[in-house]
Design a protein around this ligand. Structure first.
Ligand SMILES: Cc1cc2nc3c(=O)[nH]c(=O)nc-3n(C[C@H](O)[C@H](O)[C@H](O)COP(=O)(O)OP(=O)(O)OC[C@H]3O[C@@H](n4cnc5c(N)ncnc54)[C@H](O)[C@@H]3O)c2cc1C
Ligand code: FES
Length: 324
């Protein structure tokens, strides 16, 4: 295999799909694997990944990629509008394949949804909040053309196109998993609340403690409290404060004995909490929700590129992934 200068410059980083049934993907065939330096044409392995070897998988699969994540049709089982929200927002339950549903229980799980019959550029990444009776429940905030089109398509009894499973909704998720049996604090505002419910359930099932500080954010409503409590979390609703509750968060972090802090909200929120943690002597691990634009979520379209990384596949550190 020859090094392709197009791809050899970027550092290999862990991939969210490595070791899954979807690895290796088309990026391996193109010499652009996110994590395997050998598949990118280097002479030696520098991946540092101690799970299943991506290169070995590629050889075992006859030097070709495995199948892509398929799109399917799913019926809209129910829709509930969040009436107190600023603008249009709603929760929707979409019927999903039961085998696929089993893969949506991990923190950071999401699906791509779009109106049936529309092209892939309409794909909207949506965090899976919970799974009930063959349906995945998600929340949608209408912010632009894709979410508006989806809102118009999400009518009870109609069908939408969904693709998945995807797991790259939470960066540095390895810390959540590593400390799952200990103490995790989440700060979730606005539509970011949707991304913390599977994380709470995961921590609870591992025997750990999960506390969620919730705020309405630009969405204007707290909607995840009941689902979080059902998932075993302790919930505290944050009042609106001029300092965006950073004083409160500081007190909680310094007195709560947390090993991991999950920020779910805007980039500004992520940066504020990360900087706050960095000011501590022994900071807990920082984990944050992805706010990237995503279209394919399979490493091809480039919508999610940040600092040279395809963040729908690449697991990046705060230094690599958080904007200033
Ligand atoms: C992994 C992942 C999971 C996501 N989960 C959810 C989810 O569960 N529910 C949900 O509603 N959205 C979620 N999003 C965001 C959602 O996918 C985008 O809001 C949507 O794709 C925007 O497309 P659009 O064409 O409607 O708006 P765009 O034209 O792309 O955006 C319109 C404007 O709104 C701003 N904007 C976009 N998203 C947000 C946001 N979330 N909060 C505040 N401002 C925003 C943009 O900066 C832009 O200025 C998720 C995104 C990712 C990457
Ligand atoms: S969303 Fe297409 S490359 Fe990441």
């Amino acid at each position: 295999m020859k090094t392709d200068p197009l791809f050899s410059a970027a550092l290999p980083v862990p991939c969210f799909d490595a070791g899954s049934e979807f690895c290796p993907c088309s990026l391996a065939d193109l010499g652009a694997c996110v994590s395997c330096s050998v598949l990118r044409g280097e002479n030696s392995c520098t991946c540092g990944w101690n799970g299943l070897c991506v290169y070995h998988h590629y050889l075992a699969n006859g030097k070709k990629a495995r199948s892509e994540k398929r799109e399917r049709s799913g019926q809209v089982l129910s829709r509930n509008d969040l009436k107190e929200a600023k603008g249009t927002a709603f929760t929707v339950k979409v019927q999903v394949d039961p085998f696929l549903a089993q893969a949506l229980v991990f923190p950071g799980s999401f699906l791509l949804l779009r109106p049936e019959g529309s092209p892939v550029m309409f794909n909207v990444p949506l965090s899976v909040m919970t799974l009930k009776d063959d349906g995945a429940i998600m929340a949608v905030q209408v912010t632009g053309p894709k979410t508006k089109a989806l809102s118009e398509a999400c009518k009870e009894g109609e069908s939408v196109t969904y693709t998945g499973p995807f797991w790259s909704g939470i960066q540095e998720v390895r810390h959540l998993k590593r400390f799952a049996s200990r103490r995790t604090l989440a700060v979730a505002k606005g539509i970011g609340q949707a991304a913390v419910i599977q994380a709470a359930r995961y921590v609870n099932m591992a025997g750990g403690t999960f506390k969620a500080l919730l705020g309405p954010g630009t969405l204007g409503v707290i909607f995840a409290d009941k689902l979080l409590e059902e998932a075993g979390a302790t919930v505290l609703k944050l009042p609106r404060q001029n300092d965006h509750n950073l004083t409160h968060i500081y007190a909680e972090v310094t007195q709560g004995g947390y090993q991991a802090v999950l920020s779910a909200g805007s980039e500004r929120q992520h940066r504020g909490i990360y900087d706050l943690l960095q000011s501590l002597k022994d900071p807990p691990a920082f984990v944050w929700t992805s706010n990237m634009t995503m279209t394919c979520a399979q490493g091809i379209c480039g919508s999610c590129l940040a600092g040279g990384f395809r963040t729908c596949k690449a697991q990046v550190t705060p230094e690599e992934g958080l904007g200033r």
